[in-house]
Ligand binder design. Structure first.
Ligand code: PMP
Length: 287
């Protein structure tokens, strides 16, 4: 089945969908994105993603080309025509294609944003074997820009980080700045000590994960203690457990950091329990 995608108001076969070579997303990474997961044919935390999208656009003084209501309709239509039960929807909005290359932002009256959405079919996403096994991470320097709270498509360094991990036989990289872990290449990072979940506080240094917000809320509801503070990679290596969260991995245990096994080197008690709660609760609220 040829995938149907959405480009600037049209539903098209992926082979017929095009964007201009002058698009500022292509030339300057001048664009923002969201990834929303799909379980049971429904969208997980659509509202959270829509709110963060608007914030990213506002921070970059970019206009939204679509209302929240229409955006939900586009998501639903893409799920329907592509028959997606489990997977993700990728959404990207750029500052558009002014017809030439210039550092100065184009006039929003004459250059309208480009909007693209496509589905990714991932049967078995919720029952991932990686969640049973846990993942291995390495640590790398965080050399990204200072506005990581804006979800831009400027993903070259995270992509290089993923490759460094792959070459080292690991699954992902945690990034370190001034001695402290910021986040994973495409996820938020956590450690567990006793009954306490420790994760970096929100600031411009990290992406404000939609999954992070939900997981911390569920953890507190389940009487787990949450501490939002910086932690070092050495503290992480001595932790009882570690895990990551993101829209596409939900909650995923980390069992090894820089070759050091955590605890028994297998997923502990807290991360798998949080994954269970997260999947159960977010499915209930899916739209
Ligand atoms: N941090 C970074 C750098 C990310 O790219 C992502 C996922 N896009 C996250 C954290 C997790 O955010 P979310 O839970 O909203 O997917």
């Amino acid at each position: 089945m040829t995938r149907t995608v959405y480009v600037n108001g049209d539903y098209l076969p992926e082979t017929e969908a095009t964007v201009s070579i002058f698009d500022r997303g292509f030339l300057m990474a001048d664009g923002v994105y969201e990834v929303t997961s799909v379980l049971g044919g429904k969208l997980i935390d659509f509202d959270g993603h829509a709110v963060r999208l608007q914030r990213s656009l506002d921070e970059l003084e970019m206009r939204s080309p679509i209302s929240k209501e229409d955006l939900l309709e586009v998501h639903r239509e893409l799920l329907r025509v592509n028959e997606i039960d489990e997977g993700m929807i990728y959404l990207q909005i750029t500052r558009g294609a002014p017809g030439d290359r210039d550092f100065v932002f184009p006039d929003p009256e004459t250059t309208t944003p480009t909007i693209v959405l496509f589905t990714q079919n991932k049967p078995g996403l919720a029952n991932s074997p990686a969640a049973q096994k846990g993942m291995k991470v390495i640590s790398i320097d965080d050399i990204r820009w200072g506005r990581r709270d804006i979800k831009t498509v400027q993903l070259l360094y995270p992509s290089m980080g993923k490759m460094m991990a792959k070459k080292a036989g690991a699954d992902d990289a945690w990034m370190i700045e001034d001695g402290y872990v910021t986040e994973g290449t495409s996820n938020n990072a956590y450690i567990v000590k006793g009954n306490k979940i420790i994760t970096r506080a929100l600031s411009n240094d990290i992406l404000h994960g939609i999954t992070r917000a939900a997981v911390l809320r569920f953890a507190q509801e389940a009487q787990m203690e949450v501490e939002e503070r910086n932690f070092t990679i050495d503290e992480a290596k001595k932790a009882d457990e570690a895990f990551i969260t993101s829209a596409s991995t939900f909650v995923m245990p980390v069992v090894e950091i820089d070759g050091v096994a955590l605890g028994e080197g297998v997923p502990g008690r807290v991360a798998p329990r949080l994954r269970e709660i997260y999947l159960e609760e977010s499915l209930k609220a899916a739209v």
